[in-house]
Structure formats: structure tokens, C-alpha cells
Write a protein that binds this ligand. Structure first.
Ligand code: ADP
Ligand code: MG
Length: 256
């Protein structure tokens, strides 16, 4: 991808459910190596937007591109394989797996030797496994959980479990990371720590991030650009400062 190509381009996307238009001709672009926040009141269409980007929902109209590759209508695992990773609003970790194994799950799509090669203990498979384990350790350090690698992920405090989920997404080596309310339900300390990890994902790893988040303080500090949705429509967009002072945004949030 060169600098003139957006990381992600959403063009006129509409999603209709029976009797309801959840997204109505929404367009925005995510610049490479930026945090792009999608905000709006409850029911605005934020989660629907994520579900379209990750292939869980099919757009009724419009297109989504990753760089120059069209993602519209592709299956979730195909989209993930092309480099769009996501976390969920609610935890989705296997309850008894260790942190290391939970992170390793994110390497799955990158595994080239099949399980037969691994089962036969071929040297190539052993080398590949070592590469994955090394990367898992690096990511664990990146999210500040290297001490917890052998602990069951489910035994960690909630905020750290959310970080494991973020780490698992990073293990997929994504080009674009979709974060659905990454700091919801966290303590003040966990929020601060997670916000700094998210900033590092952009600044150190250069990954583009689409962020759905209710905490406006965090959105204003972290986001490079903001798209505001209300009743499925894009009502404003721009820098955090521009959006904050936009009368349409103030009105949407006040419900006027
Ligand atoms: P947000 O995440 O901004 O709160 P959502 O994207 O979850 O909003 O929802 C947008 C609208 O679409 C809401 O009116 C919601 O009830 C509706 N909606 C979301 N998913 C579905 C679905 N699978 N079937 C029917 N309606 C849905
Ligand atoms: Mg939602």
C-alpha cells in the first residue's frame, strides 16, 4: 500500500434489516497508521458497521476496500486472512486456555505446515512453531503480560483478559485492527494502560485502527479522525476538535 491509498475505504454502505435501515449510505476512509474513531449514540449503527467491515453482516449496498482489495461480500475468515483483525465488545476467550495458548490461536491463519507435518515432528514444522512462540512472547511483552504467559487467561483480572484479546488480534499480524469498546468495563488504571497499548499499536507497529468507544476523553486523546453516526447516517466527520464543535454532533448527543 502506498501513502495515497487509504488503509480502509468504506463507500456508500447501506445495511437493511427487516423494516430497519441500520446503516444508510455511510462513507469514510481510514488513513494508514491512524486511529479512526466511529462514535454515535446507542443504536447509531456502530456495531453494524464493524460487522460489515469484518464480514459478519453483508452490506445491502456499497463497498468496502482494504487498500485496493475489495472486501465486500467476503466471508469473515477470508477478511481476517487478508489482514483485518477484530476484538469483540464482550470477551471471546476460551475459558481454560493459558495466555500463551490464547495468543497462539491468533497465529493459526499464519500456520503453513499442516498438522500432519507437526504430528510427524518434521524439522520445518518445529522451526515454524518456534517462530510462532517467539512472536507470542513479543506480543505478550508488548501488551505487558509476559509474566502471565502460563496462567489461565480466565483467571486474570477483566482488564488483562481484554488485553489478551487485543494481543490475540495482534498475533494475526493485521494491517487493520477493529476495536469494539476496548476499555469498556475497566478500572481507571486498566483504561489508562489499555489506551497506551492502543496508541503503541499505531505508533510502534504502524497498524491502522478503527475504534468504537463511548469514552469521549479517550476518543479525543487517541483518535486522529472521527466519524459520527446517528440513526445509521454519517452526520459529521473530521479531527476530534472539528467533530467536538460540530452543532449536529452536539444535537445528536443531547437527543434534541
Ligand atoms: P450501535 O452499535 O451504534 O449501538 P447497532 O449497530 O448495534 O448500533 O444497531 C443499529 C440498529 O440496527 C439498531 O436499531 C439495532 O436494533 C439494529 N440491528 C442491529 N443488528 C441487527 C440485527 N441483526 N437484526 C435486526 N436489527 C439489528
Ligand atoms: Mg454497539
Amino acid at each position: 500500500t502506498d501513502n495515497t491509498t487509504a488503509a480502509l475505504t468504506v463507500t456508500d454502505v447501506t445495511v437493511r434489516f427487516a423494516g430497519l435501515t441500520a446503516l444508510d449510505g455511510v462513507s469514510f476512509t481510514v488513513e494508514p497508521g491512524s486511529v479512526h474513531a466511529v462514535i454515535g449514540p446507542n443504536g447509531a449503527g456502530k456495531s453494524t458497521c464493524f460487522n460489515v467491515l469484518s464480514g459478519v453482516y453483508r452490506a445491502s449496498a456499497g463497498t468496502v476496500h482494504l487498500g485496493t482489495t475489495e472486501l465486500t461480500g467476503l466471508a469473515p475468515h477470508t477478511i481476517a486472512g487478508l489482514g483485518v483483525a477484530r476484538t469483540f465488545q464482550n470477551l471471546a476467550l476460551p475459558p481454560h486456555a493459558t495466555v500463551a495458548d490464547s495468543l497462539l490461536l491468533g497465529r493459526h491463519r499464519l500456520t503453513r505446515s499442516g498438522f500432519i507435518a507437526t504430528g510427524l515432528r518434521l524439522p520445518s514444522a518445529a522451526r515454524e512453531e518456534k517462530r510462532h512462540l517467539d512472536r507470542v512472547r513479543e506480543i505478550a511483552e508488548f501488551i505487558g503480560l509476559e509474566e502471565a504467559l502460563e496462567r489461565p487467561a480466565g483467571s486474570l483480572p477483566y482488564g488483562q483478559q481484554k488485553l489478551v484479546e487485543l494481543g490475540r488480534a495482534l498475533c494475526m499480524e493485521p494491517r487493520v485492527l477493529l476495536l469494539d469498546e476496548p476499555i469498556a468495563g475497566m478500572t481507571a488504571d486498566e483504561r489508562r494502560r489499555t489506551a497506551s497499548v492502543v496508541a503503541n499499536v499505531r505508533d510502534s507497529l504502524g497498524i491502522s485502527i478503527v475504534l468504537v468507544e463511548h469514552d469521549m476523553g479517550v476518543v479525543m486523546r487517541l483518535a486522529d479522525a472521527v466519524t459520527v453516526l446517528d440513526f445509521g447516517r454519517r452526520i459529521a466527520g473530521g479531527t476530534p476538535a472539528e467533530v467536538q464543535n460540530d452543532p449536529a454532533v452536539v444535537q445528536a448527543y443531547l437527543g434534541a
